[in-house]
Design a protein around this ligand. Structure first.
Ligand code: DQQ
Length: 483
């Protein structure tokens, strides 16, 4: 349906067509960033034939679409090649672990390798001949055992370790640790790494260190901790809650020797406290980028319109803008997520409106050339009111948001990315984020605008600084041709 094609993004990742969900196996290899993703080659809805779509980029923005990397073609993954993660070995080789849904819909873990390690695009993948390598352990449901993490090396017993999420028979979310020397034989570590009652199935676990301004590789953090106890490094644990479809994280301490992860604040434990994003954002995954020494987060941003509309337009879902993740050293109690710096290379016309004061009940239109793709910063109050985003009636429209710490001496600040049918906002340098899908029926291209308004019943609001950048598209034909 050509009428709906304006909804396709200019700089957020999406496949050329069809359904996408979770980001899978993000990894940097021989100068290229790779993104795999849950993909249905047959249509714009999720199905039981999920494959791994694949794209590669030199800058996390301009993507080259590649052939499907893995299809459900073996008894152990015939009902779906589900989510998984990449591990880079010390010699540079890549090991991919993913969940297969078997011919009996049992969730098992499987191994795959690049067919040609000299190919920087990692086009072809070979599944290990003796897959699967892990079955649900005793006491764990056949359908509650999925999404292996990236593995890290632990020198104390020379094993690689990884974790897998599940739930127990009392609806507690939980994380199991496995050890392996060769990625073929695995040993389940007897005690759980973590468990939180009442939180249900934990999908797509992520576990990674955060500390200073740059990212930290998990293997490096474990090695450092074994000599000095870890110092200021904290470990983030994230789960994607199958109960309410949000990504929850907590900051804590990882004790490798005792296979224990403990939250800093038990009231804000995994699944009950902080979320990465208060809008539409799920099944996310980070990876360590050795080229820029940072940790980068991807999240699946689904549609909030109807399945019928998705089928009509022939595609569904976006990935969030890749976000750099660091510890907020000012509060010490949350992460900071921020669009990767490469996003700034897409800024074209910039408008600096300086200081703007708006009276209560008034609207201030901003004159711009184009309002379909924007990146802007503003110091004022913050909210996503989706109820005003469309006149269509087949859409989930809510008011989504959250409190964000503003410390003494700080002003409230917000950065908002607008890209056709997605609005992604970062409050206070990324202490809190909100992502919404928007489907305006009239405010499209030339009819779209940006307004400041003050809905308060009394009082003026002053934006002390307001800058708007019109954004170029990353899907630039000339660039694609030169790749
Ligand atoms: N999506 C995958 C699963 C995962 C879920 C299947 C999360 O591996 O648990 O498409 O969205």
């Amino acid at each position: 349906n050509a009428m709906l094609q304006w909804q396709r993004t200019g700089f957020h990742f999406q496949p050329e067509k069809n359904w996408m969900n979770d980001p899978n196996g993000p990894v940097y290899y021989k100068g290229w960033y790779h993104l795999f993703y849950q993909y249905n080659p047959d249509g714009a809805i999720w199905g039981n034939k999920i494959a791994w779509g694949h794209a590669a980029s030199r800058d996390l923005l301009r993507w080259r679409h590649l052939p499907v990397a893995m299809s459900p073609d073996q008894w152990y993954d015939i009902n779906g090649v589900w989510s998984g993660s990449a591990t880079v070995l010390p010699d540079g080789r890549i090991v991919m672990l993913y969940t297969g849904s078997t011919n009996a819909s049992v969730q098992v873990q499987c191994l795959a390798f690049p067919t040609d390690p000299s190919d920087p695009l990692l086009t072809n993948w070979t599944k290990y001949e003796n897959n699967p390598v892990m079955y649900p352990p005793p006491g764990v449901g056949d359908k509650d055992f999925r999404d292996p993490t990236t593995a890290w090396f632990d020198g104390s017993d020379d094993t690689w370790r990884l974790v897998i999420g599940s739930k127990d028979d009392r609806h507690a979310g939980m994380v199991m640790t496995y050890k392996t020397k060769d990625f073929i034989d695995y040993e389940l570590v007897p005690r759980l790494l973590h468990r939180v009652p009442g939180t249900g199935m934990w999908e797509c676990i992520d576990l990674y260190p955060v500390g200073g301004a740059s990212g930290i590789d998990m293997t490096d953090a474990v090695a450092v901790a074994s000599t000095n106890g870890g110092g200021d490094v904290l470990h983030v644990m994230k789960e994607s809650s199958d109960d309410d479809r949000h990504d929850y994280y907590a900051l804590g301490r990882y004790d490798a020797a005792n296979n224990m992860w403990t939250p800093l604040d038990t009231d804000a434990d995994v699944g009950v406290g902080l979320r990465y994003d208060w809008g539409k954002f799920y099944a996310s995954k980070t990876f360590y980028d050795p080229a820029k020494k940072r940790r980068v987060l991807w999240g699946w941003v689904g549609e909030t319109d109807s399945e019928r509309a998705d089928v009509a337009k022939g595609w569904a879902s976006l990935q969030s803008i890749p976000r750099t993740v660091v510890l907020d050293t000012k509060t010490g109690s949350n992460l900071l997520q921020w669009p990767v710096q490469e996003v700034e290379t897409l800024r074209t016309n910039s408008t600096d409106l300086g200081q703007v004061t708006i009276d209560h009940g008034s609207v201030f239109p901003l004159s711009l050339h184009r309002a379909t793709q924007l990146d802007g910063g503003l110091r004022t109050h913050f909210c996503h009111d989706e109820t005003r985003s469309s006149r269509a009636n087949d859409i989930v429209k809510r008011v989504v948001g959250n409190t964000v710490p503003v410390l003494n001496g700080e002003d409230l600040s917000v950065r908002v990315l607008v890209d056709h049918s997605i609005v992604e906002s970062f409050a206070m340098e990324g202490r809190s984020t909100v992502t919404s899908r928007v489907y305006p029926t009239e405010a499209i291209y030339a009819n779209a605008g940006v307004y400041l308004f003050n809905n308060a019943t009394g009082g003026r609001v002053t934006a002390t600084s307001l800058i708007i950048h019109e954004m170029d598209s990353s899907y630039n034909q000339a660039y694609m041709a030169s790749m």
